[in-house]
Design a protein around this ligand. Structure first.
Ligand SMILES: *Cc1c(COP(=O)(O)O)cnc(C)c1O
Length: 819
């Protein structure tokens, strides 16, 4: 919440012009995301123009939700009856000005952290250590950008006794705005590294840029062992203000570290030779540097060494990313066990909203410890619970009970985490989406532990973050306006079409494509809204195309006429896609069909051409370069001749994954991304740039020792001449473990070591040679994934990665996670 403001005041602060009624609405919240609006009557929506979305697009929706005051760019100026628009030059700058204003109401110390690495960790850890004594406001997650910093400032409240904020820059000039907003009293400069080098002429310039943040600080903490930083800081900042530390004598604090069996001991000696000793469970260099910054900042803020040690005790490696884990009974778990504040809760609930809907949404939450009195935060939590449609709340702690007075949904309270764990049974949960979020002191890791699925047997793990990475890698290689159709045929190359399509929807894919109508129907039945092209729709499925809003590919004159006739009789309109055959010779119109097609097209009222495409036969291979180019040239002529007779211009597309890499000049309006999304770069030019999305894993069922001369499996194919040890794995050719991997052609990884297949692969099982390895029942075996490339495996048995991916049987469980 912010200091209450009316639109006139906002206009004055942002130099904006009011359009529409001048109202006196008290604005207490600022939102930049249409999904985050809670108290719409008192919310100002700031329409930012991002790379992906344009905030102004959401205005009509937001008006329907009850928002009546908007801050928009002058260029978007328009009129909505009864709505107040504040029009400004630049909405981002206006947001920053509002933050600057809000900042001026915070009288207590504000600590700003910047540097190349570790700023989020230092901010989090310092926030935790300081909470031994103070109520702390801190920026959520790694909110450190031109927009993240203002949002962080809006989270600072009157009751907070200290604020810890991080600031990051990616190019010259960025920091000035952040310095104006934060006006830090105390600064921490963590270190300097390669991140964002491309935005600056050199390191020196980057350090100077970062130092802009600290022009007006009272004190600046830094490590003088980084020569580049030391030099620039000494030039730029008044030495009176500096608090330096070093592993060598001469700094304000001289540090000596002793690595212990578990963790490390840090001794800090001041120039008056007084010393403080601390213990930490970390022993790696980066963590020790971060901890040292935290200790010195805490000392500077007058915490006593006992309080600091107490705080250090509980620090954990911070992974600020929210993770989605596979839970018991088909549940999905969102692990946010490190979180403790309202802003973090809001982010986690948003993240929850983006996941594929399950039966229920369940929130497991503890008291919020750094948010002042429950009178303040309980209504906010209730607000969030209502807005996010939570079905069941499990609350742990004393204060959280208060939400029961205001929220009438299903709710259970427990005094302690242990009490809840004792009361929970796995069968309470079934196909639910569960958010686990709580203050560190509640030890919610044990809740995650209880609810997390333990693998036994064979699973295919799908890492949705790797998918995001690959999607963005491809997207960056394309013109910003080029659309991306993603091929989710064949169960999304084996990964699971529904889950992956849902994820693609949130990533901003433009189109999906499937091979058959029923694949499209399944997607629709699971709430997928993107347009879907069906490549080979059969006649008996025409009514489904209409019913489920699917767009068939039309590939012959005969098919065109059939579909057109059906649509005419049914009085149905369908969007269709035309497949032109330029060499694939699978489906598609040939050059000789075009004259008649042009006539047909001019006479249909029911079929609308959404796109025209062709498919390359050898885009991945250099040797077919010339043929591919011929295909693309022929397509160019063929599609032009069709375009002549169309009133509206359809999308034109030709490139699959290989084509995107090799012929970007032919991207036209759209590309069709397939295997690249799933982490395989078929051209071999960017092998390391893509991340493997799926990992096929299984567990050892049994280990046996065999005497010399014994054989393994059917037909006695596996020979153990010298005897040895084998492990049996519960995966066979019926699961998609190819029988051609028999007799040493394939292998799995157990504890990172290769265990070759011995004997013939059976239908449901396979034996691997683990002679000389320490392997026990229940150990994990990786069949493929980041460490075993599918390309290599497929070459071993003379096939292609596509086949291995799509062969994984549907009886193998898919689990999805975001790491
Ligand atoms: C499968 C398919 C693609 C995707 O091919 P990848 O090589 O996996 O990128 C593109 N277009 C059509 C018509 C396809 O059938």
């Amino acid at each position: 919440m912010i200091q209450s403001l009316n639109p006139d005041q906002i206009a004055a602060i942002t130099s904006g012009e009011i359009v529409g009624p001048g109202v006196t609405t008290a604005i207490r919240r600022i939102a930049i995301d249409s999904r985050q609006v809670i108290d719409s009557a008192h919310t100002l929506f700031v329409a930012l123009k991002g790379a992906k979305v344009d905030g102004a697009r959401f205005i009509p929706d937001l008006i329907a939700q009850g928002v009546s005051v908007f801050l928009i760019s002058k260029t978007e100026k328009s009129n909505f009856p009864g709505i107040t628009l504040i029009c400004v030059e630049d909405t981002k700058v206006a947001l920053q000005k509002l933050a600057e204003y809000q900042r001026s109401f915070f009288p207590n110390p504000l600590i700003a952290v910047t540097g190349s690495n570790g700023k989020t960790i230092v901010k989090e850890w310092l926030g935790q250590v300081l909470s031994e004594r103070f109520l702390v406001a801190k920026s959520p997650k790694s909110y450190n950008s031109q927009v993240g910093v203002p949002l962080s400032v809006f989270g600072m409240e009157g009751f907070h006794q200290v604020a810890v904020m991080e600031a990051g820059v990616s190019q010259k000039g960025d920091m000035k705005a952040l310095a104006g907003i934060l006006q830090p009293d105390l600064g921490i400069f963590t270190n300097i590294g390669a991140a964002h080098d491309e935005g600056f002429a050199d390191r020196n310039e980057k350090i100077k840029e970062k130092l802009t943040l600290f022009q007006k600080v009272k004190l600046l903490i830094y490590c003088s062992d980084h020569p580049e930083i030391n030099e620039v800081i000494r030039q730029k900042i008044d030495p009176e203000k500096l608090i330096s530390w070093s592993d060598r004598p001469g700094a304000d604090y001289t540090r000596s570290v002793k690595i212990l069996e578990q963790g490390a001991r840090i001794i800090l000696m001041k120039s008056d030779l007084s010393t403080h000793t601390f213990f930490t469970q970390f022993s790696d260099k980066a963590s020790l540097e971060n901890v040292t910054h935290v200790i010195i900042a805490a000392l500077t803020l007058q915490l006593n060494p006992e309080q600091i040690q107490q705080g250090l005790q509980h620090l954990k490696p911070v992974d600020m990313r929210l993770t989605l884990k596979a839970g018991i009974n088909d549940c999905s778990l969102i692990d946010d066990t490190y979180n403790n504040d309202l802003e973090g809760l809001r982010i986690a609930l948003d993240f929850m909203k983006m996941q594929r809907p399950k039966s229920r949404k369940i929130l497991i939450i503890s008291d919020l410890l750094q948010q002042g009195s429950p009178d303040h935060w309980c209504p906010e939590v209730v607000n969030l619970i209502q807005n996010h449609g939570i079905d069941w709340v499990l609350g742990v702690g004393k204060s959280i009970r208060a939400i029961g007075d205001q929220w009438k949904g299903k709710i259970d309270f427990f005094e302690t985490t242990q009490e809840m764990l004792d009361g929970l049974k796995p069968e309470f949960f079934q196909n639910d989406l569960i958010l686990v979020t709580g203050a560190r002191a509640f030890g919610f890791e044990s809740v995650i532990n209880l609810l997390q699925q333990r693998i036994h047997g064979t699973v295919l793990e799908i890492n949705l973050n790797a998918l995001t990475h690959n999607f963005n890698f491809i997207k960056k290689r394309l013109h910003p306006d080029t659309k991306v159709m993603v091929m989710v045929k064949a169960f999304a190359y084996g990964g699971g079409a529904v889950e992956i399509s849902n994820h693609l929807q949130t990533l901003g894919a433009d189109y999906l494509a499937v091979a058959y109508t029923d694949e499209g129907v399944t997607l629709r039945q699971h709430g997928i809204k993107l347009p879907i092209m069906v490549m080979n729709p059969l006649e008996e499925s025409f009514h489904l195309l209409r019913q489920f809003d699917l767009e068939p590919v039309v590939f012959s004159l005969e098919f065109f006429k059939k579909l057109n006739r059906w649509c005419f009789e049914q009085d149905a309109a369908l969007k269709i896609h035309l497949d032109l055959d330029t060499g694939m010779h699978r489906l598609g119109f040939e050059a000789g069909d075009l004259a008649e097609l042009r006539i047909e097209l001019q006479h249909t009222k029911n079929l609308k051409i959404a796109s025209i495409y062709t498919h390359l036969v050898g885009s991945d291979e250099q040797i077919h370069e010339e043929y591919s180019r011929e295909q693309l040239e022929n397509f160019q002529h063929m599609k032009d001749s069709i375009l002549e007779v169309l009133d509206e211009k359809p999308l034109i597309h030709a490139l699959n994954s290989g084509g995107i890499i090799r012929f970007p000049e032919y991207q036209w309006d759209m590309v069709r991304l397939g295997i690249g999304l799933y982490g395989i770069e078929v051209t071999g030019n960017h092998d390391s740039a893509l991340k493997s999305v799926s990992t096929l894993k299984t567990t050892v069922s049994q280990v046996k020792s065999l005497a010399p001369g014994e054989t393994v499996g059917y037909s006695r194919k596996g020979m153990m001449e010298k005897g040895g040890k084998i492990a049996t794995l519960p995966i066979g050719y019926a699961d998609g473990f190819d029988r051609r991997f028999s007799n040493g052609k394939g292998y799995v990884l157990i504890h990172g070591k290769k265990a070759p297949v011995i004997g013939n692969v059976c239908m449901d099982m396979v034996m691997v040679d683990v002679t000389g390895m320490a392997v026990r029942t229940g150990d994990e075996a990786v069949v493929y994934g980041q460490e075993i490339s599918l390309k290599e495996l497929s070459e071993r048995i003379g096939t292609i990665p596509y086949e291995l991916l799509t062969n994984i049987s549907s009886r193998v469980k898919r689990v999805y996670y975001l790491d």
